[in-house]
Design a protein around this ligand. Sequence first.
Ligand code: ARG
Ligand code: ZN
Length: 469
Amino acid sequence: MRSGLAAACAVVLTAGVVLPASAADGQSSRPAPGGSGAGDAYFPFAGNGGYDAVHYDLDLRYQPPAAAPAPLTGQLTAVATVTIVPTRHLTSLNLDLRGLTVESVVVKNRPASFTRQGDELVITPKTILPRGRAVDVVVTYGGATGRPVDIEGALYGWVTTRDGAMVASEPDGSMTWYPVSDHPTDKATYDVSVDVPAGLVAVGNGDLVGSTTANGRTTWEWSSREPMASYLVTASVGNYELRQWTTPDGLLNIDAIDRDLAPAASAGLAQTAEMIAFFETRFGPYPFSSYGAIVDDDSVGYALETQTRPIYSRSASEGTVAHELAHQWMGNTVSPERWSDIWLNEGWASYAEWLWSEHDGRTTAAENFADVMAIPATNAFWQTVVADPGPLGLFAGAVYDRGAATLYALRQEIGATAFDALSVEWPTRYKDSVATTDDFQALAEELSGQDLEEFFDVWVWTAGKPALP
Ligand code: ARG
Ligand code: ZN
């Protein structure tokens, strides 16, 4: 594969200007390093260049903290096998990993050299990895776990708890617990096994393959056949009771409810089956092979829509349950291509809360919309540009509420028929993929036959309170 490289190693732009092909795109046939990012302006080092990660096989062994009052430190020992497909001939490649210690890296069954540079694990295999040929990268690593925080100071990633771990990694926290191409553009399937002290339960995404107990330890195996963005991966550990049940339509649910919580903490889950059926009438068929909830007695301070199995801190309120369920369509099957597109997740999930509330006979969507529009124009709320809120504004209130109001206003603008078609077509057309705000506008224009440039300009690209539709 190394012959014939010279011919294609340069791109001629205009007479006299020649750039190395590596600076122009990833399609060159000249071998080169993969690169340290996916090109997201908010998190330049999240994700990596030069390959697609297609599957992760994570074998984790976890020892939660010793009995209180010891500090909240756990021990993780792990082997991650990452199957990648190079998109160019690679001399080296990066994975994202923060903290922990890498013991060895093996590529194509041969030891590879590696260095750590910030959150980058830079791996140099013995030979060039040819474009298009799948290869396994095996990383043996581990170390002490703590309670990491994101750029806003919120807990995320592998959050060590008194009796386990709450794993909630949006936006770039997966790198705190496994070597990963940590960006939604690089979705992959997962097999995750977690070996924990017997009595504890490790709960992951997707299907429960099984659990085996020997010598005082239990290994829990989970499998996700549908591609998943890294921020949606969980492997939470706790004193959980597993409850398996099936919706009237035959969808398997696996709930993991912390035994240390009062029953009221999970009361908001009671209408899950009705919510799934309701959102299927709005957004199309539920996109994954199973569902369920994780309710932990520790708190990261928010809930997260971890794929097929949202995780809740201390209690799952009905509105939040509706919100995290709606994300399975709006955010999980279609994910943001750039973190600046986050309003497409949070606006839709918040709008879905309004729909459920109205369906359930409480506050109507019109009333919720009126509440948002009652916020005075002088309020700082209106200063967030929701389609570009900045990395510190990802979870600003306006991303949620102005995002939801935008969708409500869009329905007024294009009419119920086009809007209902859009609500199904968005997660269908971009199933298992990513899309941008421009893609969303284009689809709305396609389905309505209207020019929506000004609408989107005013509602999502410009600060300031929009006029009522
Ligand atoms: N996507 C989550 C939700 O709205 C919220 C995550 C908040 N994360 C944070 N670091 N504040 O359901
Ligand atoms: Zn949300």
